[in-house]
Design a protein around this ligand. Structure first.
Ligand code: BGC
Length: 464
């Protein structure tokens, strides 16, 4: 009888693990037998590059600049080596020369964000100089035949909004919506592409789960609430802007980072449960919400939230996909973090804590395709200070994008992250994502050797 019981448990275990292994394979391509030159992109495919205000402009006073001054409970600085964003790349003043650099790449579009704290420094004050500044920048882009793609929220917001509880509170959503309306009113006659919020799941997990981003909290339930509220904010902004003048012709979309979480040990049921739960929280909850209107995170003892808004269905004209890599999680139920990250021997590490995984962007495109809207790769790129893997990264990921398109997926553009080295959040200036390197003392920009692969592919695959 006992033997029968044990045998049933073992069989059940094997069945569950086999089920996971079958339905969630970790795709691996044989790169040794793939020619990454074998690529093509359809006519009209848009090539671009991207930045975000706080990372490049300089002199921002917002939730991040405050966080940069602080330390964690253990006394360690919030930002590596106590770095602060400061003047950043001085893009605020140097944007005309940066537009020349964009043109030299041969791309035809630039994704950037406007800094809410500069446009609306106080709850009741809009700063006309800041509004005019972005207006001039947009004009300069258009004069140079560079299509602007404007992001309304890229990780930062004004201190007054932070003090009110930011996206922790549902009632604050209206404040963000009215900022967006104002910006749309100012620029929608010359900007057609709009990204509402950049990576809500990153803000919620890094800001409220790992504590690596402001406000540096570690509260899974709050993290889930913030994610739900940011997605609600997206839905409300979408519908509001659509009703405004130029709204019906504008393309308005959410930007989502897809990062697949894999079990470190594919036979280990707890590794599976943890990685699937993280996937649910980070990836599926957002995609399901946009697809079905249902948002749910059910992690007993950690986070529990069920929400429904039918207006979420179809509330994105395109799916903005940011893709970098995947992560392997090894469970450790006895640690506070519950799991740790691990890297497979033979995988090539980037300078960030993840590896090169070109086939992952194909998987992510497949994941995003369930929304049945065009996918724009709004970010993809590599931190590589030595510049010895950038070319490989670019060739592999673009091969995978090209393959996705030839397999029938609707991908309409690709924006390299980033135009130039910039302030990489909790890692400070140490991460070198730029197509152009930036000398921190002279602000001189120089095209990296590895970036030439991107320029070459863009030039070969652009309509003349
Ligand atoms: C963010 C960027 C960041 C990049 C590289 C994305 O998640 O949108 O702001 O610099 O990843 O880490």
């Amino acid at each position: 009888m006992i033997m029968g019981f044990i045998a049933s448990i073992v069989l059940l275990y094997i069945a569950i693990v086999a089920h996971f292994n079958y339905w969630y394979p970790e795709i691996r391509w044989d790169w040794n037998n793939i020619s990454t030159d074998d690529i093509s992109f359809p006519p009209g495919f848009v090539w671009g590059t991207a930045t975000a205000a706080h990372q490049v402009e300089g002199n921002c006073i917002n939730n991040w600049s405050e966080f940069e001054k602080g330390t964690k409970d253990d006394g360690k600085p919030n930002i590596k080596d106590n770095q602060q964003s400061g003047i950043a790349c001085d893009h605020w003043n140097k944007y005309p020369e940066d537009i020349d650099l964009i043109k030299k790449l041969g791309v035809s579009s630039y994704r950037f964000s406007v800094e809410w704290s500069k446009i609306q420094p106080e709850h009741d004050t809009y700063d006309m100089d800041a509004i005019n500044h972005y207006s001039k920048m947009i004009d300069a882009l258009l004069e140079n035949n560079i299509t602007p793609v404007l992001t309304l929220h890229h990780f930062t917001h004004p201190l007054w909004f932070e003090r009110l509880g930011a996206f922790e509170k549902e009632e604050n959503i209206a404040l963000f919506v009215s900022f967006c309306e104002r910006v749309f009113k100012e620029y929608s006659h010359k900007v057609q592409y709009w990204c509402t919020i950049n990576e809500p799941a990153v803000v919620s997990t890094q800001g409220y789960f790992s504590g690596m981003f402001p406000p540096g909290k570690q509260d899974p339930q709050l993290s889930a609430v913030v994610l739900k509220n940011m997605l609600e904010a997206h839905v409300q902004v979408y519908h509001r802007l659509k009703k405004m003048e130029n709204g019906s012709t504008a393309m308005i979309g959410l930007v989502k980072n897809i990062n697949h979480f894999e079990p470190w040990r594919r036979w280990h049921i707890i590794d599976w449960l943890i990685s699937q739960s993280v996937n649910r929280f980070f990836n599926d909850s957002t995609i399901d919400f946009l697809r079905t209107g249902k948002f749910s995170i059910r992690l007993p003892g950690l986070a529990w939230i069920v929400h429904y808004n039918p207006k979420a269905i179809g509330s994105t004209d395109f799916f903005g996909l940011n893709y970098y890599s995947h992560n392997h999680l090894k469970s450790n139920l006895f640690s506070k973090e519950l799991f740790s990250l691990h890297y497979k021997d033979g995988d090539i590490m980037t300078d960030m804590p993840y590896t090169i995984y070109g086939e992952g962007i194909y998987r992510a495109i497949k994941t995003g395709s369930v929304l049945n809207v065009p996918i724009i790769i709004t970010e993809n790129g590599v931190a590589d200070e030595m510049d010895d893997i950038r070319e490989l990264y670019i060739r592999r990921y673009l091969y995978a994008v090209s393959k996705a398109i030839s397999d029938g997926y609707d991908v309409s553009g690709y924006y390299y992250w980033s135009l130039m080295d910039n302030f990489e959040w909790a890692f400070g200036y140490d991460m070198k994502f730029g197509l152009y390197s930036v000398d921190r003392s002279s602000q001189e920009r120089t095209l990296r050797y590895g970036s030439k692969a991107f320029v070459e592919i863009v030039q070969k695959n652009s309509q003349s």
